[in-house]
Ligand binder design. Structure first.
Ligand SMILES: Nc1ncnc2c1ncn2[C@@H]1O[C@H](COP(=O)(O)OP(=O)(O)OP(=O)(O)O)[C@@H](O)[C@H]1O
Ligand SMILES: [Mg+2]
Length: 728
């Protein structure tokens, strides 16, 4: 049975509610321009080293004007002055905003009532903001308004009829709140004038056609399949992760799951997407896979949120955006057909954009429920990359501060088990860094990591840089030191977008470059999951270039080649070719084939694996299966150096970071948290002041508790039974 990450908050009955409280959620919203007045906060287990790491902040993101998928500029060229007023940012040394932690420490085994409110408080531990009661006559404020924020119609501000708890299995008994309101907020249908209001049979017919097209495209697509290719070992999800899958797939909940770097958010999201695709296998366009940036979208074979929405840059007011979408049949259909909307790397989604999309969804779908009834599955870590400010001196709003965040997201789940760093001491150091509260002991420990790494093989640590220019410079310097022929591999691009420039722009966000120049000896990173131990992020060295049949022969006779002398792989390949020639003649002639890089990867256990890196495919795919753009390229990039933007999401065994170069919030934490161990991390110029945390993010996370804590506290209350559903 699914257990919620946090206790639901019963709604107050005497005070008016604002939209944020209409749904059970874990986050106690703050009230801008007012001091924090939350009565009781639940505390994350910050003391639990390695179990819950928090982080710091970030670099800028923006969406390109034409395709909204271009995030090349995230590999920053120039240090950018922070647009965040100093009052809102804090360094490691400063305490974040005064935060009143609960009188009961959830992490303490002695806490008598871990999740209950203090005696002098009413049942609810939420301090409800003093907003005036919403009235029917009130016009809905524009979505761009900061506060009282909501672009929702006034009905969204109505309090629930009774304290809402929404446990999964009780839900059937409860009246769906949003349903009741829908007649208040759903715009009147005017069928004849609105061709997008198609009849059910017309939509069915359209979907049949879509399915046919999708099947056709699947068959016609000869590109190597990444999904379900059986090459990569099955992931065994942890209990925490399984709870999320259950809530999303079985219970259809709108969920935000979060956690520090390395808690398996991406692994979990891939699993959820797989499961949802199985659930909707007859209607693939029901699941929309999106992410905030082009790179993140490309990593999960989706599109950017802007692209999905069909809103261009999305700067206009909602009515104009709705008009724009209605004129674009494909975009309109996407909105109408989507049942589940996935948003990855949500920390970079602007709060205003979130509100606009929520309103657009309700309007286009003629459905007054939150997000027009679309289930949202959202993930990200707000301690990593923030949304980019739009200019005009306006600070970007985090999406958790969006007016409609809490009416949309039913449950927030905090993942606490860190998979990436197995050493609890290291995980705890990163945890402190994430929180922006670094102890002298941890500062010392990080400073000790300035020594060179001690590995005795040909692989060097990958150096992470904040700017693209530094990366290109470092990689090309290393390349020029190698002798030997340069082999260039050009990508083959295709897709439904015919305009080559537009397509190229979309594909420029892929990890795979349009052309890659390699030499024997080049250090490279694998950018696709190939096998259990050969995964996205594996680092290796090019040892030869050979064609497939030579490689087969090389593979089959590796022992003979190795026994044949001390020569290198190139010579071995030569011998293999010689061996192959007569064989080929026997079969009726030699076929001239292309040579691909043969790469020797060092696996986590120190052993070597050779892989002939033949082209793989990257797709930008719409929910209906239409592949807008596809790139086929060898799955490698140069890896002596990598930008922090491109390293985001990666797991690296050998990393070198010079914090003196880091200038943006989040860069330090993102960079250091790529490493799997202290032995594999070199940190130069460690300065605690480089580690900055946004107080709003600290506040947001301080109101979350981990699912494990909730289960434990409930167990205590129920004398061991881990079922706390009846208490919710
Ligand atoms: N259930 C699991 N079992 C074993 N390993 C796991 C599991 N979940 C994740 N991992 C491993 O942990 C590492 C980090 O996972 P992942 O990249 O999904 O974390 P993340 O939360 O997305 O981190 P980031 O915030 O840095 O992107 C990866 O090497 C991944 O293979
Ligand atoms: Mg990730």
């Amino acid at each position: 049975m699914f257990k919620k990450a946090v206790k639901d908050h019963p709604g107050g009955t005497s005070k008016p509610l604002q939209s944020n409280f209409l749904r059970a959620n874990t986050v106690i919203p703050s009230k801008p321009a007012q001091p924090q007045s939350v009565g009781v906060k639940r505390k994350i287990d910050l003391t639990n080293g390695g179990e819950s790491t928090l982080g710091s902040l970030h670099s800028s993101v923006y969406f390109d004007e034409n395709d909204f998928d271009d995030d090349l500029d995230l590999d920053i060229d120039e240090p950018i002055a922070l647009n965040i007023p100093s009052a809102t940012s804090t360094t490691y040394a400063q305490k974040p905003d005064p935060v009143t932690y609960p009188t009961i420490d959830l992490t303490s085994p002695d806490s008598p009532e871990p999740l209950s409110a203090p005696a002098n408080k009413p049942q609810s531990d939420i301090a409800y903001p003093d907003l005036p009661p919403a009235s029917q006559e009130q016009a809905a404020p524009p979505s761009s308004m900061q506060y009282p924020w909501s672009s929702s119609p006034p009905s969204h501000f109505q309090p629930p009829p009774k304290p809402r708890t929404l446990p999964w299995l009780k839900e059937a008994k409860e009246e769906p709140l949003q349903e009741k309101k829908s007649n208040l907020v759903t715009p009147k249908r005017s069928k004849p004038a609105e061709p997008w209001n198609k009849s059910a049979s017309a939509i069915k017919e359209e979907q049949k056609e879509l399915r046919r097209e999708y099947k056709k495209s699947q068959k016609a697509d000869g590109a190597p399949k990444q999904r379900d290719n059986g090459k990569v070992a099955k992931v065994f999800l942890s209990d925490e992760q399984l709870h999320v899958v259950e809530a999303v797939v079985d219970h259809g909940k709108s969920i935000f799951f979060t956690g520090s770097a390395g808690t398996g958010k991406s692994v979990l999201m891939r699993e959820i997407i797989k499961k949802l695709r199985e659930k909707f296998k007859r209607e693939p366009d029901r699941v929309a896979v999106t992410a905030s940036t082009g790179l993140a979208a490309c990593n999960i074979e989706g599109v950017t949120l802007h692209s999905f929405a069909g809103i261009g840059l999305g700067k206009e007011a909602v009515p104009e955006l709705v008009k724009k979408i209605k004129k674009n049949q494909k975009a309109r259909n996407r909105w109408l057909r989507t049942k589940v909307l996935i948003i990855d790397e949500v920390s970079m989604v602007d709060g205003d954009l979130f509100d606009k999309l929520e309103e657009i969804a309700r309007r286009i779908r003629n459905n007054g429920r939150a997000f027009g009834g679309i289930q949202l599955v959202v993930t990200g870590d707000f301690f990593q990359l923030p949304p980019v400010p739009e200019g005009h001196g306006r600070e970007a709003r985090f999406s958790f501060a969006a007016a409609t965040w809490n009416t949309t997201i039913q449950h927030t789940i905090l993942l606490t088990h860190v998979f990436r760093q197995k050493d609890p001491e290291f995980a705890s150091m990163l945890n402190e860094m994430r929180l922006g509260k670094i102890s002298p002991k941890t500062i010392d420990a990080f400073r000790k990591l300035s020594r060179p790494l001690d590995f005795h093989d040909a692989l060097e640590a990958t150096e992470l840089f904040p700017t693209r220019a530094e990366v290109e410079n470092a990689n090309s310097q290393r390349m020029s030191r190698l002798s030997g022929e340069v082999m260039t591999f050009h990508a083959v691009d295709s897709g439904t977008i015919q305009d080559p420039q537009h397509r190229e722009k979309l594909l420029s966000n892929c990890m795979a470059p349009m052309a890659i120049h390699l030499k024997k000896g080049a250090q490279v990173m694998l950018i696709k999951n190939m096998e259990d131990t050969l995964v996205n992020g594996s680092i290796g060295r090019v040892v030869a270039f050979m064609d497939e049949s030579t490689f087969d022969c090389y593979k089959d006779n590796e022992g003979v080649f190795v026994a044949g002398g001390n020569d290198n792989e190139e010579d071995a390949a030569l011998r293999a070719r010689k061996k192959l020639k007569p064989l080929a003649h026997k079969e009726g002639g030699v076929t001239v084939t292309r040579k691909w890089p043969l790469v020797s990867f060092v696996q986590p256990d120190g052993t070597e694996r050779h892989l002939l890196c033949q082209p793989e495919a990257w797709k930008i795919e719409l929910p209906n299966g239409e592949v807008q753009a596809q790139r086929q390229q060898v799955p490698l990039i140069l890896a002596w150096a990598l930008s922090i933007h491109k390293a985001q999401g990666q797991t690296l065994h050998r990393v070198k970071v010079d914090l003196g170069r880091v200038f943006e919030k989040g860069q330090a934490y993102v960079a250091l948290s790529r490493a799997t161990s202290q032995a594999g991390l070199q940190v130069m110029r460690f300065e605690p002041r480089k580690v900055m945390v946004h107080p709003k993010v600290t506040e947001f996370y301080s109101n979350l508790v981990s699912i494990t804590q909730v289960i434990q506290s409930k167990k205590k209350k129920t004398g061991g039974a881990d079922d706390f559903e009846d208490e919710l």
